[in-house]
Design a protein around this ligand. Structure first.
Ligand SMILES: [Cu+2]
Length: 185
């Protein structure tokens, strides 16, 4: 536990570039696109990000594609009684001079028919298609399988970032094990 706290301090001061991962096009800023590592037999993945519209015109995310999956859809989560269900939607509106967050429990970009598992600390290249802005290329960073659930996010993200630091990994003999323990707290 002490080790994790120390490493967390390190992250705040030295790991800013990873946290600030951002793609900027003429019209849009897409901040920290990310997804979760998948199990070998898992055929779908969800990509999350924040999209900011720098223009005076409303835009819409209407689709996308990736070489790593057969198909890309835009989904939302809706509450059906006590159950959260995913539903395909036509588009996500990005207000003029505003932003929208694609996050667990809400809107996401769904990768259908993954051709290979998504491995932690790799990236998925993704082309997003917008009504006004056209195609925007991004790379989603793959985080740990359980990273950032709908209820608790920031601490888990930091725990994961710790593990990306070479120094931290050298100290942790059983990297995977320690990570699970850390995330669960
Ligand atoms: Cu979905």
């Amino acid at each position: 536990m002490l080790k994790i706290l120390l490493a967390a301090t390190l992250v705040f001061t030295t790991n800013l570039p990873a946290a600030a991962h951002e793609e900027e096009s003429e019209n849009l800023v897409i901040s920290h696109p990310w997804s979760r590592a998948t199990a070998p037999n898992q055929k779908v993945g969800a990509v999350f990000m924040k999209i900011r519209n720098k223009t005076d015109v409303t835009d819409h995310l209407i689709g996308g594609s990736t070489p790593d999956a057969a198909k890309v859809e835009i989904h939302n989560h809706i509450k059906d009684g006590n159950v959260m269900r995913m539903r395909r939607v036509e588009s996500v509106e990005i207000p003029a001079n505003g932003s929208v967050e694609l996050a667990p429990g809400g809107f996401h970009v769904m990768l259908m028919g993954l051709k290979a598992p998504l491995f932690e600390e790799t990236v998925v290249p993704l082309t997003l298609t917008f009504k006004n802005a056209g195609d925007v290329e991004i790379e989603a960073v793959i985080e740990a399988a359980g990273a950032r659930t709908a209820t608790s996010a920031p601490m888990k993200m930091k725990t994961k970032d710790i593990m990306m630091k070479e120094g931290a990994m050298e100290h942790e003999g059983q990297h995977g094990q320690d990570h699970k323990t850390g995330s669960a707290k």
